[in-house]
Design a protein around this ligand. Structure first.
Ligand code: 5GP
Ligand code: MN
Length: 317
């Protein structure tokens, strides 16, 4: 039997909650799910959720109005800080120092590369998502519709609408239970996962147009430079999902999407079709993730970074 979240939190009077930089669905869903749950089960406790600005794909979720996007440092360190969906402490970004200052820290995560950086770590690399891990620590009767929607969104995004290999029987039992709270799943899936802004559509179009095959067709790679992003008026959040589209190309073992975020500073997103462990490769560049989906940020010459990357991928063929 898992320990319930309210028991893990114990007598903390002030609680900070945060996820990782460039929040994705699982990050947003787990932060909001955790926040809404604690807000409903605890009385006279200050709970302060932090998130970077999020994509419109999650704007339908409850609790967003309470989220601190300006990363206010508390006057007194938090009694407890909860990290969600972060494989390593640096992934907390602007919350890293606030987390370090807290009197006690707890982390919920599902990354195989997790470094167990908190005082107490609930990490299950076999779970589809952090939302699935968190669900295992919530009292079912206390899960209302807004909490269920937040967790559902997280699982939805980290499983690619319940189709990636991380989707287990347990995942679907969790999803089934969340649905029993009355989620309008068809609308939520469409609005959160499939609907794109025009900028997202243009970014996807440009990325597909610029895609190239490498290593005899086993690797597909696309780079969107700062100039490319500017030419279509795209923002960082607009490239979400591009790498998954690249991965569906026949014959491809690894899909690589590279976005230039600052001059000569690149965010790499890697997806595998099963043979290559991209978490292992990303860890070699200081990043991390899962066997089939991982990433890292690196500075330097793009050609040199790609050459190094291909060499590491080739070692696994
Ligand atoms: P994405 O490619 O969608 O940004 O990320 C895929 C997976 O890899 C996610 O689970 C994400 O948390 C992880 N990931 C992406 N970038 C980094 C990074 O720079 N460091 C670490 N530790 N994990 C990353
Ligand atoms: Mn996740």
């Amino acid at each position: 039997m898992n320990e319930f979240l309210e028991d893990i939190v114990r007598d903390a009077g002030t609680i900070g909650i945060a996820g990782h930089v460039h929040p994705d669905g699982d990050c947003v869903g787990s932060v909001l799910g955790c926040y809404l749950y604690l807000k409903s089960v605890l009385k006279n406790v200050t709970i302060h959720p932090y998130l970077e600005n999020i994509s419109g794909s999650f704007s339908m979720l409850s609790g967003l109005a309470d989220v601190d996007t300006s990363f206010q440092v508390p006057e007194e360190p938090y009694d407890l800080f909860i990290s969600l969906d972060c494989g390593s402490i640096d992934r907390l970004g602007k919350c890293e120092d606030i987390f370090r200052a807290a009197k006690r820290t707890v982390a919920f995560d599902h990354h195989i590369t997790n470094t167990e950086f908190a005082d107490v770590n609930f990490v299950d690399a076999s779970a589809s998502s952090t939302c699935e891990v968190l669900f295992g620590h919530l009292r079912r009767a206390a899960i209302d519709l807004p909490i269920a929607e937040a967790l559902y969104i997280g699982i939805l995004h980290d499983t690619g609408v319940f189709k990636y290999s991380c989707t287990s029987e347990k995942t679907m039992c969790t999803v089934g239970y969340l649905m029993s709270k009355g989620i309008d799943t068809a609308t939520l899936v469409d609005r959160s996962f499939y609907m794109k802004t025009f900028s997202q559509l243009k970014a996807l179009g440009l990325a597909l147009d610029k895609a190239e095959l490498e290593l005899g067709g086993k690797v597909i790679v696309t780079v969107l430079t700062l100039a490319d992003m500017k030419s279509i008026g795209a923002k960082i959040n607009d490239t979400e999902g591009i790498v998954s589209e690249l991965r569906t190309t026949e014959g491809v073992e690894v899909a690589v999407f590279v976005r230039e975020d600052l001059p000569e500073m690149y965010k790499f997103s890697l997806r595998s079709n099963g043979k290559v462990d991209v978490a292992n490769i990303s860890a070699g560049f200081g990043g991390g993730g899962h066997k089939m989906a991982a990433g890292f940020t690196a500075a330097g010459s793009l050609n040199e970074l790609l050459t190094q990357l291909y060499a590491l991928i080739m070692l696994q063929f």
